[in-house]
Design a protein around this ligand. Structure first.
Ligand SMILES: [Zn+2]
Length: 186
């Protein structure tokens, strides 16, 4: 199955069976071919504007997503939470295996060259400001905006960008809506 750039994947909306994105290597991560091509163009333009971007995480297998999820639950139980509490908090912050956009090859976490993890204060960096102004021209949208948790099911993630293609990215940007709202899937 080919990638549909408007594919909606999230809580209760797992990656469709048989989706096998055509992956290529780009900046040390793997992304779907079309998304990777545009990520390269975007990073080049950012550099020309004096802003260095770093791709921290791209495509993940379902198995790896499960590892991340289980690790997060384990860390929270080690901090004293019950399994149920740990599971509930983790599910608000980490996607279930098969329900992460990273399983599609269309999502990329972007940070500064100095960063080795994602963090909310990324919103205060010049990298974030540059992305806010330019990402949609390259087909990427900020997927989990501030104040939209009720709609997206995810906390604010200033680092998580989703490729939808330039035409739809610009429209989504101009309408100031989430992908769910754009697709009428709320
Ligand atoms: Zn992400």
């Amino acid at each position: 199955m080919q990638n549909n750039y408007l594919l909606l994947v999230g809580k209760g909306r797992p990656v469709p069976t048989g989706l096998e994105p055509m992956l290529v290597d780009v900046f040390g991560i793997e992304l779907e071919r079309g998304a990777a091509y545009m990520l390269e163009r975007m990073f080049e333009k950012a550099r020309a504007d004096g802003v260095e971007l770093k791709a921290l995480s791209g495509y993940r297998t379902k198995e790896y997503q499960k590892e991340i999820f289980d690790r997060s639950v384990r860390q929270r139980t080690e901090q004293g939470l019950s399994y149920e509490q740990a599971y509930e908090i983790t599910s608000k912050n980490v996607a279930m295996p098969g329900e992460s956009e990273h399983n599609t090859g269309l999502a990329v976490d972007i940070v500064t060259p100095q960063d080795f993890d994602v963090y909310e204060e990324f919103e205060n960096t010049e990298q974030f400001r540059w992305l806010s102004a330019n990402a949609s021209d390259y087909g990427f949208i900020l997927r989990y905006p501030k104040g939209k948790t009720d709609i997206t099911g995810y906390v604010y993630e200033p680092w998580h960008y989703r490729y939808v293609g330039p035409y739809d990215a610009r429209r989504i940007d101009n309408l100031d809506v989430t992908l769910e709202e754009y697709l009428g899937a709320v």
